[in-house]
Design a protein around this ligand. Sequence first.
Ligand SMILES: Cc1cc2nc3c(=O)[nH]c(=O)nc-3n(C[C@H](O)[C@H](O)[C@H](O)COP(=O)(O)O)c2cc1C
Length: 393
Amino acid sequence: MPPSRPVPPLDRRAFVRAAAALGALALAPRGLAAAAASPAPDLLTLDEAEAAARAKLDAAAYAYVSGGAGEERTLRWNRERFDDLRFRQRVLRDLGDLDISVTLLGRKRPMPVLFAPTASNRIAHPEGELAVARGAGATGTTYVLSTGATTSIEDVMRAATEPVWFQLYVQTDWKFTEDLVRRAEAAGAEALCLTVDAPVPGARTRSERAGYVLPPGLTVPMLQGVSRPDSVTTLDEVTPARLVWRDVERLIAFSRRPVFLKGILDPADADRAVRAGAAGVIVSNHGGRNLDTLPATIEALPAVADAVAGRVPVLMDGGIRRGTDIVKAVACGATAVLIGRPYLYGLAAAGEAGVAHIQRILRKELRMALALLGVPRLSAVDRGVLWEPRRGG
Ligand SMILES: Cc1cc2nc3c(=O)[nH]c(=O)nc-3n(C[C@H](O)[C@H](O)[C@H](O)COP(=O)(O)O)c2cc1C
């Protein structure tokens, strides 16, 4: 077991002050906010959070977080395909109490946005994963902790007040993998998220060109002691991790927690995942970071949702930046969505208050979108909220 780092005491009053200042700034006129002496930036949108993060991060870290694979076409399409979808608005409907909650694994969550697993959160902020867990706690958010985290799951669980899932990168050493699963279970992970779309990393030219490496002093506690860390370090050798369906079945049988499969794009794979006993599938192209020219996830989602046919929840990630994107994902069959880069940008910009602020922006935008669409509940969103030219007249 790697040594656990001491958890700095959470000064709740300081946090509430910082969060309140950030919230006030977000509502204040821009000039006033700019004049206010506060470390928290005036962020109205997730794109503004990216700009604020870019100004704070060193160039290589920004390239690593923001970049994708190849020519970054999939990265771009993840955003652009949302823009291709338009809404059908209905008016004069009784909105009652807007309800954006969602139930996953039998537990009600206040909004349908989870934090996707992202490695190395401490490159964005010294408090890294602890700040993300606290920001998640302040907003009722489920945080999927990466195998590649720069903080141990035990330390993260001590800071967390909301459910944490553990994202698993299966290692070639099966015993090590099993120990990792038991360790995550013992720490209190609510679910496992098995990433299946990364037998090798993608051609991340932008981050490679920028010379990104994990900064000295940061470690990956969950992989400490691994006998054969799989990495692509030379130009002439790419060694794929050997993960096949049989391993997935074995892992599902071994795990004492529900297992989600992350990185499903094909309906046949989605069906196979459900038959293998997965608790859910996550439609993901790894945020455009692995195989360039894969379709956008919002394009792949409807066929996956049709194949799953309600047997398990279908989650999706990739390019969610607005409340309207969440509505479109739900309309296309998602039960909930995850965000990756945006909470890292919030983290880089303003630590845990910045992380929480990202969720609050999305929450506000999602509620606005539902109200303006004339739909009182997220659970009532279906493909009928999307504009079809013929029906539109
Ligand atoms: C910096 C960074 C690190 C990531 N690390 C992991 C990881 O360790 N495991 C994993 O399954 N996905 C990882 N991802 C992918 C995310 O889980 C998610 O699929 C993606 O970020 C969603 O797209 P978005 O960033 O547009 O929201 C990472 C993404 C980023 C940006």
